[in-house]
Write a protein of this length. Sequence first.
Length: 208
Amino acid sequence: MNSRRDRWAELTGGQDGEAYARRFAQLAESGHDVHGEAAFCDALVTPGARILDAGCGTGRVAIRLAELGHRCTGVDVDRSMLAVARRETPTQEWIHADLAHLDGLGLEPGFDLALAAGNVVPLLAPGTEPAVVRQLAAVLRPGGLLVTGMGLDAEHLPLPEPTVTLPEFDHWCAEAGLTLRQRCATWSGEPYRPGGGYAVSVHARPTA
Ligand SMILES: C[S@@+](CC[C@H](N)C(=O)[O-])C[C@H]1O[C@@H](n2cnc3c(N)ncnc32)[C@H](O)[C@@H]1O
């Protein structure tokens, strides 16, 4: 299914699901806010929005968004991550698939928002990034939003060096017909400043 191996699979061997879930459980127990991504997205949409969690992993963000009343579909290529999501909320929709081939899934288009949180974009298989952005743009309704969070330096990535620059990413989005609406430095909404090591970007599909 994943013809070119994604960087997350290279990093973890596809076995990180339980450990990943434990890391976030520990963060939550120690008082960290682990719901920043969900709160950020919730503020961008109307109640009951249709949301695609692209690279949903253990489902931590999609589960929170569903608790907030949204209709979420999670897609991920890592079975160990999806196993956690399915165990946590068996009633939610979790799909094992490669984001580069979303069009083969027969998903109903018209999502209000597609989210790629937790460094999904920098962790894609090298060279597949433009195709994934195109696939995500294609499932959005007119006016729908693509929300991404990504590290731009080693300090903000589980990788030795960055794999994506913002100009590159904005170019892939523009090619897919998306325009940049908002860029923040954190999920709490602090403004992004050039040279910052992390960016939360909101790109929009035109309404017309
Ligand atoms: C660091 S995890 C983030 C998981 C989740 N979004 C979160 O914030 O907790 C990155 C995820 O991207 C997924 N991923 C990477 N490339 C993918 C692809 N081509 N198709 C689907 N999922 C992919 C990985 O399997 C992994 O679960």
